[in-house]
Design a protein around this ligand. Structure first.
Ligand SMILES: [Zn+2]
Length: 303
């Protein structure tokens, strides 16, 4: 099976497993898990392709370790890895017990490329689009998110593994990709999937840039930011009592210091802090009402 089928199958299997187990496996991991066994291509010629990484002798301990350390998430991810073996088993064979039994290849050998393989790959791709629409993962290509940026990982793997595989076997990729009808369809599927991932990564970059720009002001929360706008329009720079403390210290610096001024400053700060907290509560109440959220929040007060 090609990488298109592997990543789509693993997405479907691992996502469905995660859903059953009440964990949300991120899309980039769901797509990546199914291509992992073909990572042996990165290590050629030291690691022969389609040997260790396609054997249950190696994969089962990896599944156990992932499940032990990452629990349900690790298990859902492992199902994605195992789906690779199933895919290769259907269209070809897998060395099930390699290296203990090097000739233990088993599989239905439906053929690659073949009509069955094309149907399995394109069918899975279609189902992924449908499933991503239903579970909300389609938003990764529409909105700036961190997970969008992480789609660069399966995208990188898809592109580099294809190039390395073709390079290693001296396959003229462009010619091979469109040499038969089945291959043309699968190639178009690869291009489409890669294009979708590129869109997700671009949205991820938008998230990254927005996040970087927003970082210096993240210490100002939404509740204090709201009245700040009005406050600013009245000519005040900052709403913080701490800031005002410095301001007042400066103002009164020339008037003569002493305990009386200090007490006045403290009293003003105390009153302003009380007002500040009240405004915070008010703005939170407004925000909560607006969002129709019933959840408890630390600022909510009974009146
Ligand atoms: Zn494989």
């Amino acid at each position: 099976m090609f990488l298109l089928g592997h990543s789509c199958w693993s997405y479907l299997f691992s996502k469905a497993t995660g859903r059953k187990l009440n964990v949300n496996l991120p899309a980039y991991l769901a797509l990546l898990s199914g291509i992992l066994p073909d990572f042996d291509i990165y290590f050629q010629p030291y690691l022969v392709h389609h040997t260790y990484t396609h054997s249950l002798i190696v994969i089962i301990p990896i599944v156990l370790v992932l499940t032990y350390f990452f629990g349900r998430l690790g298990f859902a991810f492992s199902i994605g890895i195992l789906s690779h073996l199933l895919g290769d088993f259907l269209v070809g064979t897998i060395p099930l017990l390699y290296p203990f039994y090097p000739n233990s290849d088993v599989g239905l050998n439906l053929g690659i490329p073949s009509l069955a393989d094309t149907a399995l790959e394109i069918g899975a791709f279609g189902l992924v689009l449908l499933y991503a629409y239903r579970n909300g993962d389609y938003k990764l290509v529409l909105k700036p998110t961190r997970d969008g940026l992480l789609l660069a990982i399966p995208l990188f793997a898809l592109v580099t593994l294809t190039l390395l595989f073709a390079g290693d076997r001296s396959i003229p990729l462009a010619e091979f990709a469109f040499s038969r009808r089945a291959l043309t369809i699968i190639t178009l599927g690869h291009i489409l999937l890669s294009g979708i991932l590129v869109l997700g990564v671009l949205q991820g970059f938008r998230w990254y840039l927005g996040n970087r720009r927003a970082r210096p002001t993240t210490s100002v929360d939404a509740s204090s930011a709201q009245p700040l706008g009005v406050w600013d329009s009245l000519g005040h720079g900052c709403h913080s009592p701490l800031f005002h403390d410095e301001e007042r210290q400066e103002e009164r610096g020339s008037e003569g210091r002493g305990a009386v001024n200090k007490a006045r400053i403290d009293e003003e700060n105390r009153q302003e802090a009380a007002g500040f907290i009240f405004e915070k509560r008010e703005s939170h109440r407004r925000l909560n009402n607006g969002a129709k959220t019933k959840s408890l929040n630390p600022w909510s007060v009974k009146r």
